[in-house]
Structure formats: C-alpha cells, structure tokens
Design a protein around this ligand. Structure first.
Ligand code: PMP
Length: 359
C-alpha cells in the first residue's frame, strides 16, 4: 500500500501532518481562543424552542438568506457590499484559494501568522511565502512586505488584524500601502474583531482588491462553524462559484441567526473577556521572567524564561490547564506560549499555576 500511496498522493500533501487538535477533556481549555462563557438558561431554552421548527429531511436554504439578513442587521456591513458565508472562515480561505489557484501562483502573508493561509494554499497548489514580522514587537516589516509583493506578485495577501498568534494589530497605514501595492486580492482577516476597536470594514470599496473576512467563532459561537466574507460583489460572485452546495447546515443557519438576534448577550461576554484580558496582563506582569506581548485579541502571547516553555507547558497540563505551546514552531516564537483569556476563575488558576512553576 505504501508504494501506491507514495505514487498517488501529491508530495506536498504527503509531507504535511493533519491538523492536530489536542485532547482537552477535563482540562481548563485556554488553547483555542474560544469564548469561555455559555448562555443563560432562559436563552438556551428559547434557542432550543426555535430548533423545534427545523426539519432535517430537507437541504438547508442554499444561500442562507435569513442568516445573511441577520448578519447584515447585527454586524454593520456596508449595504452595497456582497456577503458570502463559509463553514468557518477556514472554508472561505479555501474557497478564495480555489478561485485563483493556478500553477506558480503565490499566496503571501506574515510569519508568524495564521497557519491555515499556508496549509490551504498548499492544498490548492499555491506557493506560500511568509514575510517575517519584526522580531521586537511583531509589527509589519513594511519594506520587506512591499519588496516581496513587488518581486513575487502574489495572487493573494492575507493580513490578520489583529494577528494570530501574536495578538497585535498592524499599523493601518502600513496595511494601506500593502493594499495599494498588491496586484491581487488583499484579505483582511478580522477574526478577532470583537476584541479591538479597529476594522477595515468601513473602508471596503476604497480599493477594488480589498476583502474583509470575519468569523463568529471568537465571539462565542465556535461550535457553529460560520465565517463570512465581505467585499465588492463582482469578487464574491466569482468566489461563490467554488462554494459547495449547502455549505452552511440548517442547524447552523437557524442557531446563528437566533444568536445574532441576541447579540447583546455575546457582546457582554466579549466585553468581559476584554476586561479580563487586562487583568490577566497585569497578573502576568507580576510573574518573574515572563514577557507578555500587548494584545488586542482574546489571547496573550507570552515568552517564558529561556528554555523553559516546554516544561511550563507540561507543568500547566499536569495542573489540568491546556494552553498552546508555540515553542519550536517558528524562530520568532522561541520559548513562547499562547494563553487564551478565560473566565476570571480560569485566569486565576492559570496565574497561580504559572507562579508555582516559575517560583
Ligand atoms: N483567522 C484567524 C486569524 C484565526 O486565528 C482563526 C482561528 N484560529 C481563523 C481565521 C479561523 O476561524 P474559523 O473558526 O471561522 O474557521
């Protein structure tokens, strides 16, 4: 079988590892940028009531019209812009890649950045190019970006705003220079929009090659798998052609529309996460030897004392706390752990455990 696999599977896929999600049962889960809060009982009961009307024997609405309207009503999307739904923003990244993929074409982003730009580019046969961020504060190296864009002429440029896994927001003027220089599409990925006050959404239309991508995952609906892409209609009409039929299932359509009608509850939760981010930052500042990078997302990138990240990650896990170990994933992330902001109790447990491990 191995010989046949070797002969048949594309070498670049053969070289990959499947996306790994660690087992988290029984652990305080601070690894995946989820909102830690559930819904109030009354809201949950109301949601379950709306599900009673759902029929599972029919395919879902192919365009998700009700859900599109709920997103437009809740998310301040410019009226003249198109809207495209994806099974998570991951699926949108895939749809965009499939729309433009051709041998020799390139996708460009920053390193360290969100891994799916690279992985999905690879699935689609696009070459990936990651331009290193500045080592000191993970800001854009604008000269290097512009030089790479001029040299490589990428079909796609992804900029996560704020960036994952570093948590910072790039300088908006630098982003504009990149949009103006890029020969292809620039996708501003605003997955962490609920945790910052800045956005490119209102600037859509100022440049014909700008798209904005969002997700409901980080605002408290990660289980639904729903992302949305906003931009000039002519682009979205093309990308829509590679969308699989019925990509948003009926339970997601109904549940997300319901949740967005009660967005105030989610807003309150994301607001608490922002407050808690400040508390966690202060707590980390009191711990010896840890450097915490400023964040406008719902996680904080931290650098542990030299050579200790793996042991601290393991020690946290022994204490039933799961974070993301980034040590060894990129030279700029040496000794780094990424901590998702949890509830006040979870953050207190994290700080106590870090204190004990560092002490
Ligand atoms: N963009 C960024 C920058 C992310 O960090 C993530 C998730 N970690 C995503 C997109 C994917 O989000 P979704 O859950 O909508 O697929």
């Amino acid at each position: 079988m191995k010989a046949r696999i070797d002969a048949l599977v594309r070498p670049e896929i053969r070289a990959l590892k499947a996306y790994h999600v660690p087992e988290a049962a029984g652990l305080i889960k601070l690894d995946a940028m989820e909102n830690p809060y559930g819904w109030p009982d009354a809201l949950k009961a109301e949601w379950l009531e709306t599900l009673r009307a759902v029929e599972l024997n029919r395919y879902p609405d192919p365009q998700g019209e009700d859900l599109q309207q709920a997103i437009r009503a809740a998310m301040e999307i410019p009226e003249e812009m198109g809207l495209l739904l994806g099974n998570g923003s991951d699926e949108l990244i895939q749809m965009i890649a499939l729309t433009v993929a051709q041998s020799g074409r390139k996708v460009l982003s920053v390193d360290p950045g969100f891994v799916m730009y690279r992985m999905i580019g690879c699935f689609a046969g696009l070459d990936y190019l990651g331009v290193p961020l500045e080592a000191e504060d993970f800001s854009l190296d604008l000269d290097a970006m512009l030089e790479a864009i001029e040299r490589e002429q990428p079909a796609l440029v992804y900029l996560a705003y704020p960036n994952n896994p570093t948590g910072n927001r790039f300088d908006a003027d630098d982003m504009v220079r990149i949009i103006e220089m890029a020969p292809g599409l620039v996708i501003v990925d605003e997955a962490y929009a609920p945790f910052t006050d800045c956005s490119f959404m209102r600037l859509l239309g100022d440049w014909e090659n700008l798209l904005v991508m969002r997700t409901v995952s980080k605002m408290g609906l990660a289980g639904l798998r729903l992302g949305y892409l906003v931009g000039p209609k002519p682009w979205l009409e093309e990308i829509d052609k590679v969308r699989l039929p019925y990509n948003i299932n009926v339970l997601t359509q109904v549940s997300a529309a319901f949740a967005l009608k009660h967005k105030a509850v989610l807003d309150e939760q994301t607001q608490s996460i922002r407050v808690e981010r400040g508390h966690l930052m202060e707590g980390l500042g009191r711990l010896p030897g840890i450097h915490a990078y400023p964040s406008e997302a719902n996680f904080i990138l931290t650098r542990m004392p030299e050579g200790q990240a793996d042991a601290i990650f393991a020690g946290l896990k022994d204490r039933k706390i799961l974070v993301k170990n980034l040590n060894g994933t990129h030279p700029l992330l040496k000794d780094c752990l990424r901590l998702t902001v949890g509830t006040p109790e979870e953050n207190a447990a994290l700080l106590a455990a870090l204190g004990a491990l560092l002490g």
